[in-house]
Design a protein around this ligand. Structure first.
Ligand SMILES: *[C@@H]1O[C@H](CO)[C@@H](O)[C@H](O)[C@H]1NC(C)=O
Ligand SMILES: *[C@@H]1O[C@H](CO)[C@@H](O)[C@H](O)[C@H]1NC(C)=O
Ligand SMILES: *[C@@H]1O[C@H](CO)[C@@H](O)[C@H](O)[C@H]1NC(C)=O
Ligand SMILES: *[C@@H]1O[C@H](CO)[C@@H](O)[C@H](O)[C@H]1NC(C)=O
Ligand SMILES: *[C@@H]1O[C@H](CO)[C@@H](O)[C@H](O)[C@H]1NC(C)=O
Length: 500
């Protein structure tokens, strides 16, 4: 009989763990124990009402920043592609060419300098872009902590204060974001964070994994403790969990944490979280569903969801090797936002800052392009709800959102002969149509009224609207346009499908 490598070390490891448990004391252990009194089921947690701010926000900025931003090559999975089971030769060649012999991944951290990092400037940019919330990587799969995690001894020498920038990157952004007001909604921006449960190279994690996740050393001493530390220090109102897929949520003690986060934490009233908390939760349980990266369902969803997508289509972290073709364009991003909001989602758009703290102008250009569009059309995005009656028509170039007294018709393609045909809205004698952003002073446009004949006929719907002839000097925006329709017969109709 052979002994597994883990078993050989059982005695010394358990002594070490006992000592570390002694060090990782304070808030986490106490709160964790309190939470164990009554751990709710996933179904119970799912019953919690969606915080209004999150539903209304519609658009957030995601930031992937970490030690992987130093090589800035390939993607934020650099460390794994180079060293882990993947063993990708392109990455090995790259390191051989660019670094000295015996170079190790942690050596990159010395060059994570962030000398141009200006959190206030970042927050202003995100506010101008129209984002209502900002989500920063607190820790990606490489395990490096972007915050002042020095109270957790297991993060020693692998956090932003001990090595690299020697600055509380996350804390400084939290302050800046919470200090900026959106010019689009006049609301203060919300701060959230991304956190990877697992880590590629953490020995504690590999001990638990070798034990088939029957031990929880890594959760108790490292990754779980981090979550409580982050919430107590920075009060993030959103947690975007990831790296959950190798173990069940019971291993991660996720329900204990979320119960505390939603009932006893400093942000209990407004906290929201995603669906990545263990093998058993993705696309099934959570405050909102992310299902896959770039999740983009093509119909109205009953449960709130989020499309997390990245401007650089092949990487979340900064990739110096990207070309112009790798970046999404402003029209693509605006069209994505319109569809996401019409189908009951939020869009979380990712950028990858450089290791020196700069944000590449191509990211600024895309963000400000969305901001310019939202300046005109924000009324049809923020705080709207989907129109339950019907969601898309005209081969997916028409989308609907609404407020209590009006319907917003988004059209992402200008129709031929400027004639917009809509199948679903049922007009009445009092129906009015307005072109968002087109001031009456600059145009004498009145929509023609070919729908009068349908008025009052039950079940009849459909309108054809002659759009104005717009010259570039009065065109309110590019990429996608919005009509506001009031006094429809079927604004409040129940859904056609079983969507509740
Ligand atoms: C770097 O860019 C080149 C040219 O676009 C591409 O062929 C190569 O796959 C890229 N390498 C990585 C690691 O992304
Ligand atoms: C980091 O947090 C500790 C408390 O855990 C505090 O004493 C220290 O001043 C903090 N450092 C910075 C730079 O915020
Ligand atoms: C931002 O900080 C300034 C200076 O401390 C303060 O006057 C202002 O009220 C803050 N704004 C918000 C939205 O918190
Ligand atoms: C590991 O744990 C899972 C779930 O508890 C169980 O189904 C599986 O049989 C275990 N595998 C081994 C090798 O013990
Ligand atoms: C929306 O349009 C797409 C593409 O035409 C189609 O596949 C999808 O089924 C439509 N969804 C609904 C709810 O009509």
């Amino acid at each position: 009989m052979t002994m597994s490598p883990v078993r050989k070390y059982v005695v010394p490891l358990s002594l070490l763990f006992a000592f570390m448990r002694h060090l990782v004391t304070g808030a986490y252990v106490q709160q964790g124990q309190q939470a164990e009194d009554a751990v709710p089921s996933w179904d119970d947690l799912d019953q919690r009402p969606l915080p209004v701010w999150y539903d209304q926000a519609k658009f957030g900025v995601f930031i992937h920043w970490g030690v992987f931003s130093v090589p800035a090559y390939g993607s934020e999975w650099f460390g794994s592609y180079w060293r882990d089971k993947w063993g990708n030769p392109a990455y090995q060649d790259f390191v051989e060419k660019t670094e000295r012999a015996n170079f190790a991944y942690p050596d990159y951290a010395h060059r994570f300098t962030a000398e141009f990092y200006q959190p206030d400037t970042w927050a202003d940019l995100f506010a101008k872009a129209g984002a209502q919330y900002v989500v920063l990587t607190s820790k990606h799969h490489e395990g490096y902590c972007n915050w002042n995690s020095t109270a957790i001894p297991t993060t020693w020498n692998w956090n932003a204060l001990d090595i690299g920038p020697r600055r509380d990157l996350l804390g400084d952004l939290a302050v800046a974001v919470k200090n900026v007001t959106s010019p689009h909604t006049s609301k203060v921006l919300k701060f959230g964070l991304y956190h990877s449960l697992y880590e590629w190279f953490n020995p504690l994690y590999h001990v638990d994994k070798a034990n088939n996740f029957t031990t929880q050393h890594f959760v108790d001493l490292k990754t779980g403790a981090e979550l409580y530390d982050l919430v107590n220090r920075y009060e993030p109102e959103l947690i975007w969990s990831d790296g959950e897929w190798e173990a069940p949520s019971s291993y991660w003690k996720a329900r204990e944490f979320l119960h505390w986060y939603a009932t006893s934490s400093p942000v209990a009233d407004t906290a929201i979280w995603n669906d990545r908390w263990g093998q058993d939760t993705l696309c099934r349980h959570g405050g909102f569903l992310t299902c896959t990266d770039r999740y983009n369902p093509d119909s109205l969803q009953p449960k709130k969801w989020e499309n997390a997508l990245t401007i650089d289509k092949s990487s979340w972290g900064y990739n110096r090797n990207a070309t112009w073709e790798d970046y999404m364009t402003v029209p693509e991003l605006v069209h994505s936002l319109v569809q996401v909001v019409a189908y009951n989602g939020n869009m979380l758009l990712n950028i990858g800052p450089a290791a020196d703290g700069t944000i590449h102008p191509i990211f600024e250009d895309r963000l400000l392009g969305i901001g310019a569009w939202l300046k005109v059309n924000g009324e049809a995005i923020y705080e709207t709800t989907p129109w339950r009656h019907c969601q898309n028509e005209t081969a997916s170039s028409v989308f609907y959102t609404r407020r209590p007294d009006r319907l917003y018709v988004h059209f992402t393609k200008w129709p031929s002969a400027s004639l917009l045909s809509l199948e679903r809205p049922a007009p009445t004698q009092d129906t009015t149509v307005e072109f968002l952003g087109l001031s009456s002073a600059s145009s004498s446009w009145q929509p023609t009224l070919p729908w009068t004949g349908l008025r009052g006929t039950s079940g009849s719907s459909g309108m054809t609207i002659q759009l104005p002839s717009l010259t570039p000097d009065i065109l309110p925006c590019e990429h996608s346009w919005v009509l506001v329709i009031r006094n429809l017969a079927n604004l409040d109709d129940p859904p056609k499908s079983a969507v509740s």
